[in-house]
Design a binder for this molecule. Structure first.
Ligand code: ASP
Ligand code: MG
Length: 410
């Protein structure tokens, strides 16, 4: 007998038929003698629909009321899931975030989990209930409902798994696991059996949007091993865990692409101490997430700065830089260039050489121009033309020998 936390995302509980499938899977796990805690998202589309309604009535809805509203999505799912399990003759009880003891800080719409008092869950498990917890929500010290930010039910699941000391945490979603590249773009992409937290973070925060990054960070911090797998079949998924030595044998674990980046070029700025500081301070104040940065040495006391920002922050970035430029002796800013950020990720890079050269050579062979480069210990990223991205990822995937040849997908 084991203690298992299963999380089902929005597409896994999209309608009553899907909820029935989830109930059957949960029942099977419970029948095998396990303690089962289930964490569910809202049905897919529901959270967006609620946000749409709120914005229709008020372009800047109050954060407390927003949480009051958004928590409804998950509350619908926990009750329906419990009812579906009851109909199969298995005892189950639903819990809102507050009832499950999930205490958060006061920050409405982006709360952090402070602690989980699992007494209530434990008591229900002792009575052999399946416990169904609403993801994405908690309660603050004042008793107000809070939510954890988009995709937050992943975080709920990991945190609950840690609190109840689960033997296994399964994140059920609509993909079979984490792949060496997006299988829709790279036909021979392979499912990765095991990946380290750090690799998962790099792969998940770009393109392969399998899981909320905060949830992975939490799992890393508290050592929660979890599996990402599909609720639509029985295939084993990808295990995400602490790095082990043999993980370094593979140089590159996967190739990720982020197609939501825009290149910002700030030209003809004064080449003096403090210029970059002013520009990036203005961007920080405007809450723009700056990514890859390059500065070119100037001529005649002038310089150019280039960096990337998420596409939907480009307008804000331009305004912020323009304001800053006015106070530091002028210059111009251009944000027209849409780019893709392609990254190769792997802990093996720390101990193998030649990764950059393989990457750059494979792009050169396809005549893909590299516009910006950035590196970290386990990642090399390049900004390239958006419309060359798919071709580039296929070439890079092949250059690192990541393909299976035949593909191991069903
Ligand atoms: N329902 C929430 C969202 O759509 C939380 C989640 O699904 O993880 O962001
Ligand atoms: Mg999700």
């Amino acid at each position: 007998m084991a203690r298992i936390v299963q999380k089902y995302g929005g597409t896994s509980v999209a309608d009553v038929e899907r909820i029935r499938c989830v109930a059957a899977r949960v029942k099977k796990c419970h029948d095998a003698g396990n303690d089962v805690v289930v964490v569910v998202s809202a049905r897919s589309g529901v959270t967006n629909e609620l946000i749409g309604k709120a914005r229709y009535l008020n372009p800047a809805p109050n954060d407390r009321e927003m949480d009051m509203l958004l928590a409804v999505g998950e509350q619908e799912t926990i009750a329906l899931t419990a009812m579906a399990i009851h109909a199969m003759g298995t005892p189950a009880v639903s819990r809102t975030g507050a009832q499950a003891g999930i205490l958060t800080d006061p920050a409405h719409t982006r709360a952090r989990i402070v602690s989980i008092n699992a007494d209530n869950i434990e008591a229900a498990l002792r009575d052999r209930n399946v416990v169904i917890v609403a993801g994405f929500q908690g309660v603050n010290a004042e008793g107000q409902i809070t939510t954890l930010g988009r995709g937050g039910s992943d975080l709920s699941a990991i945190a609950v798994a840690s609190a109840v000391k689960a033997d296994l945490c399964q994140i059920f979603t609509d993909v079979d696991g984490v792949y060496t590249a997006d299988p829709r773009v790279v036909p021979d992409a392979r499912k990765i059996p095991e990946v380290s937290y750090d690799e998962m973070l790099e792969l998940a925060s770009m393109g392969s949007k399998v899981m909320q990054a905060r949830a992975v960070e939490f799992a890393k911090k508290f050592g929660v091993v979890f599996e990402v797998r599909s609720s639509f079949n029985e295939n084993p998924g990808t295990i995400v865990k602490e790095e082990i030595a043999s993980m370094e044998d593979v140089v590159v674990r996967g190739v990720a692409v982020d197609k939501n980046q825009v290149k910002v070029t700030v030209s003809n700025i004064s080449d003096q101490p403090g210029t970059a500081s002013r520009v990036f301070q203005a961007l920080a104040e405007a809450e723009v997430n700056v990514d890859m940065i390059v500065q070119n040495v100037g001529r005649g006391g002038r310089a150019n700065l280039t960096f990337t920002v998420p596409r939907d922050e480009a307008g804000r970035a331009k305004k912020a830089v323009e304001t800053a430029l006015a106070t530091i002796g002028g210059g111009s800013v251009d944000v027209t260039n849409e780019v893709a950020k392609l990254s190769v990720v792997g802990v093996g890079m720390r101990t193998h050489s030649g990764v950059a050269s393989t990457l750059f050579t494979s792009l050169a062979e396809k005549n893909v121009n590299i516009q910006l480069i950035s590196t970290s210990e386990i990642k090399i990223s390049v900004a390239i033309d958006l419309d060359r991205a798919d071709e580039a990822v296929r070439a890079v995937h092949e250059a690192f020998g990541l393909g299976s040849g035949e593909g191991d997908r069903p």
